[in-house]
Every structure is written in C-alpha cells, then in structure tokens.
Design a protein around this ligand. Structure first.
Ligand SMILES: Nc1nc2c(ncn2[C@@H]2O[C@H](COP(=O)(O)OP(=O)(O)O)[C@@H](O)[C@H]2O)c(=O)[nH]1
Ligand SMILES: [Mg+2]
Length: 272
C-alpha cells in the first residue's frame, strides 16, 4: 500500500513554505546574457574596427590612449577584431595596463560595419564613435568633436570635403575614382553631407545604440546607413574639417569591397 504523508505530518520538521505567486513574481529576473557584454559607462568610447592590423594598429593605439589620458573626461578604447590572423591581438599586449582602458572584443560577422555595430551595441558610454586603425584622421580631431557633441549635436563626423579640410597625403588615382563614384551614390541618400566616408564619426551614445540596432550593412557602406538613420530620427549631422593622410596598407579591396559597397548604397537609397 502506498501511503501519502500529510504536508505537516507530526514529528517532521516543516519544509520551506511554498512561494505564493506574488512572491514568485517579485524575485529578481536574472540579468540577460547579452547585458553582461556591456562595458562600464564612460564619457567617451572610441571603437577601432580591426582586421589584420598588426602593423598599423599599435602606433594608432599608442597615440589614441596618450591623447585620451590627457583629457578631463573619462574614456576607453574598444578594438573589435574579426578573426585577424596576422597577430594583431598579440601586438596589443603592451596596452594591457594602459591608463585608459583598452577592451578587445570579437565579432562573428565579418566586415567593418558589423564590427562597429557590435562595439556600439555593447557600449554604455555617453558618447561613442569609431576611428580607423591607420590613424588617417588625427586623434586630436576629438577636441572639436567632443565640443560639438556636448552642444547636443546627434552626430559629428570628420570631413575631407568641407572648407578648411586638407589631404596631407592623397590617395591613389584608382581610389580617388572609386571615391568619386561612391560619393555620387551616397549623395542619393545623403544629399547634404559632403563626405560620408571618412572613418572618424562620433555620436550621442543613446542615439547610436537606438539606431545601430536597426542597421544591417556589414561592409564599408555602413556609415551611410548609420547617418541616414540619424537624420531620420530627427537629429543632425555636423561635419568637421580634417587634415587627412592616406596611410598605406588599406584593407579595402577595390574589386571585392568596392562592388559590394556600391550595391549596398543602392539598397540603402531604395530603402528610404
Ligand atoms: N573588424 C573589422 N575591421 C575591418 C574589416 N575590414 C576593414 N576593417 C577596419 O576598418 C578600418 C578601415 O579600413 P582601411 O583598411 O583603413 O580602409 P580605407 O581607409 O578605406 O582604405 C581599419 O581599421 C580596418 O582594420 C573587417 O572585416 N572587420
Ligand atoms: Mg584607411
């Protein structure tokens, strides 16, 4: 015969009282796993997307951390690597005890756009943006950029095409021709932006996080999609003139990346 003990059988210590449904609801929800990827908040995070940048990134990171360490606002650098195979990460070891935090994260989707998006979506910074590993735009450009962000502009971008800008070292004729075509296509979406392609763009953190979640372009045309969404959100984009230097060692392939970027630009212009 099977006997069933009453829950308060005499002689037995009572077990823990069962939770009433109200108490069950009040129990703290576990933190979502994705939230654990978010870094501590700072005033500014500088994302550097990196793909096989062993040669160019260490000196850029040195200049960037030295500049940031001298500022009154708090900051961090976030290198987003896409499975570099040239020893990029090993070359960054000396920044392990940098006075400005250097985070290194990965991204499973290949492409500069995917990497930057990953950096933005894992940031809690007040302002966030990206710079290229080649230091083509001097990091001191952050001075005027931060002033404009503090004034409340949604996006502040470096420009090689506004008054006062200069190219200290010009690109090859092929890249110039490709750049001209790219600009013509980008103008379909961003008619009032003179240079949508300079790799140095900074945003209000909350705005960047809001729009990056809706972006899809993984390759080099991602900036156009990002800026189009800033404008669509009712925010503004300010261009800051820069002295820009073409640095050898570009990861951009005119055939592979050029054609894909043009196709992305057409898609972005049609999605408006
Ligand atoms: N994470 C990541 N970064 C990339 C990828 N492709 C390019 N980059 C980075 O994007 C930045 C701009 O690339 P760069 O080679 O300077 O292109 P260019 O300035 O247009 O000639 C550099 O920091 C590159 O390392 C990629 O697939 N993944
Ligand atoms: Mg470059």
């Amino acid at each position: 015969m099977v006997s069933v003990l009453p829950s308060h059988a005499p002689g037995l210590a009572p077990g823990p009282a069962p939770l009433r449904s109200r108490e069950r609801l009040a129990a703290p929800a576990p933190e979502p796993l994705t939230a654990r990827l978010v870094r501590p908040p700072v005033d500014l995070e500088v994302i550097i997307p990196a793909f096989n940048e062993r040669r160019r990134l260490p000196s850029t990171l040195g200049a960037t951390t030295a500049y940031l360490a001298a500022q009154s606002w708090s900051s961090a650098v976030v290198v987003v690597d896409n499975n570099s195979v040239d020893g990029t990460l090993e070359a960054l070891e000396r920044f392990a005890d940098s006075p400005v935090a250097v985070h290194v994260i990965g991204c499973c989707d290949q492409g500069k756009g995917a990497a930057v998006r990953r950096g933005i979506l894992t940031s809690a910074a007040r302002y966030i943006g990206f710079a290229d590993a080649d230091n083509a735009t001097p990091i001191t450009t952050l001075g005027p950029v931060m002033e404009l962000l503090e004034e409340g502009h949604g996006a502040v971008i470096a420009s090689r095409e506004t008054e006062g800008a200069r190219r200290a070292v010009e690109q090859t004729a092929l890249r110039r021709a490709g750049g001209w075509m790219f600009r013509a296509l980008a103008h379909l979406t961003l008619p009032d932006i003179a240079d949508s392609q300079c790799g140095f763009k900074f945003f209000s953190g909350p705005l960047a996080r809001e729009i990056a979640g809706h972006c899809h372009v993984d390759g080099f045309a991602f900036d156009v999609e990002l800026l189009a969404r800033v404008l669509r959100a009712g925010d503004d984009v300010v261009e800051v003139p820069v002295v820009w230097t073409d640095v050898p060692g570009s990861t951009f392939s005119a055939g592979r990346d050029g054609l894909r970027s043009m196709a992305d630009l057409l898609r972005i212009s049609m999605a408006r």
